[in-house]
Design a protein around this ligand. Structure first.
Ligand SMILES: C[S@@+](CC[C@H](N)C(=O)[O-])C[C@H]1O[C@@H](n2cnc3c(N)ncnc32)[C@H](O)[C@@H]1O
Length: 285
C-alpha cells in the first residue's frame, strides 16, 4: 500500500492510540483536526520500518526497536523557525535584560542563555550574532549560549549549520556576508566561529531531570512550542523552566504565548520592546 493510501485509512482507534502515545512522551497535542497530519507521518514511519499493519508498528514502537520512539518523535515535531524571528525580544535582551543581569557583576563573569526549543539552530545562532552586533560589553563576559530540542534530527542540522534562503530572509546582506559562507545553490553555512559558540543538547521540556541537567540560566528563550501543548503540559514545562532560572532570571515566550495564563510562579515585566517573565529575586532556592 502506498504512503498516500495508508494515510487515508488510519482508523479513529489507531489515531487515538498514536496521539496518546506521543502526548505522553512529548506533551504535544494532536487533536482530531490533525488526523491527516498524523496519518501521513505514521504512514512514513510504517514504510521506513517495513511494518504492514498498525498493530505491528505499535508493537515495534513499544519495544522501541532501532530507537523507533526517537524517529517517531522526530517525524512529528514542527521545526518552523528563522533567523531574527520576533527581533523585538532580541532588542529587549540587549536593551534591558542583560543590563539587569550583569549589574554589579565583575567583568569576566558568566552569562548563560538558553534557547529551548531551538529547532534547527536559527534562534541560538541569532542570539550569538545579535550579541556580537548589538551588545558592546559582550567581550567583558563569558557568554554561554545553549540550544536544546527534543528532535535529534533538528539538532544534527543545527550543529551542521547549513541554511537556505528562507531561514535568512530577515537578515541584511551585510550580516549574511559577515556570518555565513555562501555555498551556492541558495545554501549558506554559518561560519565556524559562530558554530563553535553555541552548544546543543537534547532535552524534553516535559522531563524535570533532563531540564535540570542543563543547569541554571540568566535568560531563557522558550518560543513557539507552548502553543502545541495542552494546559497540563504547559504548566509542567513552565515549572521545569522555572527551576532552570537563576533568581531574577528572565524567560521570553513567543508572541502567541503568555505565562500569566499558565503559571503564577513568574513576575510579569513590561519593557519598551517586549513583555517578559521573571523568576522573583526573592526566590533564591
Ligand atoms: C516551532 S519550533 C520553535 C523554534 C524556535 N524556538 C522559534 O521560535 O523559532 C518548535 C520546536 O519545539 C520542539 N519540541 C516539541 N516538543 C518538545 C518538547 N517536549 N521538548 C523540547 N522540545 C520540543 C520541536 O522539536 C520543534 O523544533
Amino acid at each position: 500500500m502506498s504512503d498516500e493510501a495508508r494515510a487515508q485509512v488510519v482508523t479513529e482507534e489507531e489515531f487515538g492510540r498514536l496521539s496518546d502515545f506521543l502526548y505522553r512522551r512529548t506533551g504535544l497535542v494532536f487533536g482530531a483536526a490533525k488526523h491527516y497530519f498524523v496519518a501521513r507521518r505514521l504512514a512514513e514511519r510504517m514504510a521506513a520500518t517495513r511494518t504492514g499493519t498498525f498493530a505491528g508498528y505499535y508493537a515495534l514502537l513499544r519495544r522501541n526497536a532501532d530507537d523507533e520512539i526517537e524517529h517517531l518523535i522526530n517525524a512529528f515535531t514542527i521545526n518552523e523557525t528563522y533567523f531574527y524571528r520576533e527581533d523585538h525580544q532580541l532588542r529587549c535582551l540587549t536593551g534591558d535584560l542583560l543590563a539587569e543581569r550583569v549589574a554589579g557583576r565583575p567583568a569576566g563573569g558568566g552569562i548563560r542563555i538558553w534557547s529551548v526549543p531551538c529547532a534547527t539552530g536559527e534562534e541560538p545562532y541569532s542570539l550569538a550574532m545579535w550579541l556580537l552586533e548589538n551588545w558592546p560589553p559582550v567581550d567583558r563576559y563569558e557568554v554561554e549560549i545553549v540550544g536544546s530540542d527534543i528532535d535529534t534530527a533538528a539538532l544534527d542540522a543545527a550543529e551542521q549549520g547549513y541554511f537556505g534562503k528562507r531561514a535568512l530572509m530577515r537578515l541584511s546582506d551585510g550580516l549574511v556576508e559577515k556570518y555565513f559562507v555562501d555555498r551556492g545553490n541558495d545554501s549558506w553555512r554559518i561560519r565556524e566561529e559562530l558554530r563553535e559558540s553555541v552548544h546543543f543538547s537534547r532535552v524534553n521540556l516535559m522531563d524535570a531531570g533532563e531540564t535540570a541537567a542543563q543547569g541554571r540560566f540568566d535568560v531563557i528563550f522558550c518560543r513557539n512550542v507552548l502553543i502545541y501543548f495542552d494546559d497540563m503540559s504547559r504548566r509542567l514545562a513552565a515549572e521545569n523552566l522555572y527551576e532552570c532560572l537563576l533568581p531574577g532570571g528572565f524567560i521570553c515566550l513567543g508572541h502567541a504565548e503568555s505565562m500569566s495564563r499558565i503559571s503564577p510562579l513568574f513576575e510579569v515585566c513590561r519593557y519598551a520592546d517586549a513583555i517578559v517573565y521573571r523568576r522573583p529575586w526573592e526566590d533564591r532556592r
